[in-house]
Design a binder for this molecule. Structure first.
Ligand SMILES: NC(=O)c1ccc[n+]([C@@H]2O[C@H](COP(=O)([O-])OP(=O)(O)OC[C@H]3O[C@@H](n4cnc5c(N)ncnc54)[C@H](OP(=O)(O)O)[C@@H]3O)[C@@H](O)[C@H]2O)c1
Length: 213
């Protein structure tokens, strides 16, 4: 399975940091292929190839890191290229000032993206992982949770398989509608982390699940 990360922002950089060396022949797509090339060079990544958006869309699994305000128009523009593929969605639909959500109760960004792309298999992941966590993903010997969600069982299994062995506790998070909760957890997490002085080095870990998952 060929995989791409799209976007060279904070989450794009964090995702590539974790996936390079783990996912063979990873592609890193950007509107600026030169920026991706520069980051690959600076970080000394091997086994990662810079790509323009068209090249990145050639992969079977595409992990995008666009903001919610950008992702639906982007998905529409690339609907045909995304058909039949797995699109991993990390979006949290917050307002610009992080004071609220831009989706209604009973909605999630992941479900809206899936509704826009009925031929694509949308899989939610990394929604609670703040970008800084990718620098030091293991804290006091503990990994944080990544909840992987989808309405397509085979696509979810492929993402769980791809992520197996990364320094996170990767869990089957059930159906896409669980993102109504998961996406909202991120804003709560952010508020607590700011209050107690740990933002943005914060993610979730569910107490009580036994290790070895
Ligand atoms: N920041 C976090 O800690 C965090 C945590 C969990 C989830 N998320 C989610 O992750 C997403 C990205 O967050 P971020 O903090 O990484 O944002 P960011 O630093 O602003 O990066 C967003 C990236 O999206 C790409 N992009 C923007 N507009 C685009 C467009 N119209 N077409 C194609 N690509 C476009 C850009 O990549 P290029 O310039 O390379 O094209 C940009 O670098 C958001 O949806 C956010 O909700 C963020």
């Amino acid at each position: 399975m060929k995989a791409s990360v799209i976007g060279t922002g904070r989450m794009g950089q964090g995702l590539v940091k974790i996936l390079q060396g783990h996912v063979p022949n990873l592609r890193w797509g950007s509107r600026s292929k030169e920026k991706a090339e520069g980051l690959i060079r600076e970080n000394g990544y091997t086994g990662v190839a810079a790509a323009d958006i068209g090249e990145a869309l050639d992969s079977d699994m595409i992990i995008h890191s666009l903001w919610f305000r950008d992702v639906l128009p982007w998905a529409e523009a690339h609907r045909d290229r995304l058909a039949g593929k797995i699109l991993v969605d990390i979006v949290n639909p917050f307002t610009e000032d992080f004071s609220d959500f831009t989706t209604e109760w009973g909605e999630s960004a992941a479900e809206l993206l899936q509704a826009h792309l009925p031929q694509t298999k949308v899989v939610g992941a990394f929604k609670n992982t703040f970008f800084r966590v990718f620098d030091n993903p293991v804290l006091d010997g503990l990994k944080s949770d990544v909840y992987v969600t989808s309405d397509d069982a085979a696509a979810k299994a492929s993402v769980l398989e791809l992520l197996r062995g990364i320094p996170f506790r990767v869990l089957d998070g059930g159906a896409l509608n669980n993102n109504r909760t998961i996406e909202r957890m991120t804003l709560f997490e952010r508020e607590l982390a700011i209050r107690y002085g740990f933002y943005p080095n914060v993610s979730f870990r569910l107490f009580g699940l036994r290790d070895g998952i």
